[in-house]
Design a protein around this ligand. Structure first.
Ligand code: ADP
Ligand code: MG
Ligand code: MG
Length: 519
């Protein structure tokens, strides 16, 4: 496999003085520009005033990334936005997949129940907002490099705020520091693409806010970020807020951060009989004289079981879903992001549809270029159920040699939930066979080797790395009519991890922030 790393790039920085200068510059820039996170509990315990921040882990240099792959990933994002808007509207399709996984997955079953309860009384908001991120790795097939999708995120797609800052950091270093190294890198030799991830995502939120329209009950409208308690990645979220305020040329948009766990404490629903009905009313705890009508509820929480420790938390999600606030995402859009959906799209269904996948359901024959472009980004993904494809996958997953080419995934988000290679047979042994269908089996993508140096907690880690490209997209659509009011790309994320690590999450402590040097 040929390497993307040239002999001279990125430099190894063997000289301690050179290394220290670059590291110091990065430490200062990251804090000065909010490329930062709150400290972990062990440190935060000594930070009673809550004033500490620390640099987010970053690479010293932007990693080389094939230009054609980067462009392909950006070009296809509007098609992915539209695809997932369509999937979100296909209740019958989602229902059938939920039935397949819910037996072994209470979390998915509970989400579905929230949807059913709201459907029973009728939704009062048809607009739906997606702030999506489609993740890829580069797959090498001979000399041919192409993107293969790792997953598609429909809820709490994070790092758009920090990613824009990481691009700015590397652009800054390319002008000021890299040319001064002994193996000086001329600024002009680095092709560093612009990255509007923070502005792009903020523009999506603003579009939904304006589409919500005038308040019905005499209170001003607002956007609420529903967040986790003790969130460490708060600056990533704040950057979206700041971009939102910087870009709104009309009146500023009131934005509030509300822990998901306190949703029921600080919000109420207007009665169904009020004009429009079931407006979500938010009373900010800092001022009892204020009341806002929530136009957009942006979830940076609620994507995993840990955020629903009690029946009351499920009631909170129900209150949100039945309200008139535009949810980002709705329950159906969250469910569209199930790994099961990705698997079904990528699995040719030879018997039922002449070798075609479920992708055909959403991309009609007369849009062949879209079908072919999307299909090309899929890698092999199998069900683990009792169908013919599932039985073959069960054989692969339990074979001590074959399993080494696969990752097994449950219907979860946020990192740290998957089983890799030889851990797969062991895990399957712990699950009753009738629940194996709650998982999917995916071929591992092995990108060409890249070398870089990661700065994490002040320490350098040099060696082989694996890069994962995420492309953000924003989509606003009408669930009832299918009309798409907005469909835009919104910049990118490059996340890099040591090549000995299976998982790549930055917040989970496995990966780091990076940006692309196009090659
Ligand atoms: P999550 O929704 O928890 O982020 P992912 O499907 O993105 O789950 O998996 C987490 C990580 O595992 C990815 O960021 C990537 O590093 C690794 N991974 C997942 N699927 C693959 C794959 N098919 N090939 C290689 N690595 C993978
Ligand atoms: Mg992921
Ligand atoms: Mg995910």
């Amino acid at each position: 496999m040929s390497s993307l790393t040239e002999a001279s790039y990125p430099p190894t920085l063997d000289d301690a003085l050179e290394r220290d200068r670059l590291v110091q510059t990065i430490k200062d820039w990251t804090i000065a520009n909010g490329l930062a996170v709150r400290p972990p509990p062990a440190v935060a315990g000594n930070d009673a005033e809550g004033t500490l921040a620390m640099s987010a882990p970053v690479t010293l240099f932007p990693s080389p990334f094939p230009k054609t792959c980067f462009e392909d990933a950006q070009d296809i994002q509007p098609r992915y936005n539209e695809l997932y808007a369509r999937i979100s509207r296909d209740e019958e399709f989602l229902s059938s997949l939920v039935q397949e996984v819910a037996g072994g997955d209470d979390f998915i079953a509970n989400l579905w129940n929230v949807h059913l309860r709201v459907k029973d009384e009728g939704y009062v908001q048809n607009l739906s907002l997606g702030l999506f991120r489609s993740d890829y790795m580069v797959h090498q097939d001979g000399d041919n490099l192409q993107i293969k999708q790792v997953e598609f995120n429909t809820i709490a797609s994070s790092f758009g705020g920090l990613s824009a800052q990481t691009t700015l950091l590397h652009q800054y270093l390319s002008k000021t520091e890299y040319p001064l190294l002994k193996d000086g890198i001329p600024t002009s030799s680095l092709d560093l693409p612009a990255n509007n991830s923070a502005e792009g995502l903020a523009a999506g939120l603003a579009a939904a806010f304006h589409a919500y329209g005038e308040p019905a009950l005499g209170h001003p409208t607002c956007i609420v970020f529903l967040v986790q308690d003790d969130e460490r990645n708060v600056f990533d979220q704040r950057h979206l807020e700041y971009a939102l305020q910087a870009s709104s040329d009309s009146a500023p948009i009131p934005v509030f951060r509300l822990p998901f766990s306190q949703l029921l404490t600080h919000t109420t629903l207007a009665p169904s009989s009020s004009p429009g009905g079931r407006q979500l009313l938010y009373r900010p705890p800092h001022n009892p004289f204020l009341t806002f009508e929530v136009a957009v509820a942006y979830l940076r929480a609620g994507y995993g079981p840990a955020d629903y420790p009690s029946p009351a938390t499920w009631e909170a999600r129900y209150q949100l879903e039945r309200s008139a606030a535009i949810a980002c995402p709705s329950v159906l859009t969250q469910l569209a992001g199930m790994k099961k959906v990705q698997q079904v799209l990528a699995t040719p269904d030879a018997v039922a549809s002449g070798g075609q996948s479920a992708l055909r359901r959403f991309v009609p024959d007369d849009n062949e270029p879209a079908y072919a472009a999307l299909w090309k980004t899929f890698t092999n993904i199998y069900p683990l159920d009792a169908t013919a494809a599932g039985l073959e996958a069960r054989r692969l997953a339990t074979d001590p040699e074959a399993c080494k080419r696969y990752v097994m995934k449950p219907q979860r988000e946020g990192g740290g939930n998957n089983f890799y290679r030889t851990a797969i047979p062991q895990r399957l042994g712990e699950i009753p066979k009738e629940h194996w269908g709650s998982y999917i089996l995916m071929e591992l993508i092995t990108p060409p080797p890249v070398v870089n140096t990661i700065l994490r907690n002040g320490k350098l880690e040099h060696g082989g790395v694996i890069c994962e490209l995420g492309i953000y997209g924003t989509c606003l659509w009408d669930q009832a009519t299918g009309e798409v009011l907005r469909n835009e790309g919104a910049g990118y994320l490059l996340r890099t991890k040591g090549d000995k690590s299976e998982e790549g999450g930055v917040a989970a402590g496995y990966g780091c922030m990076d940006s692309c040097r196009l090659v």
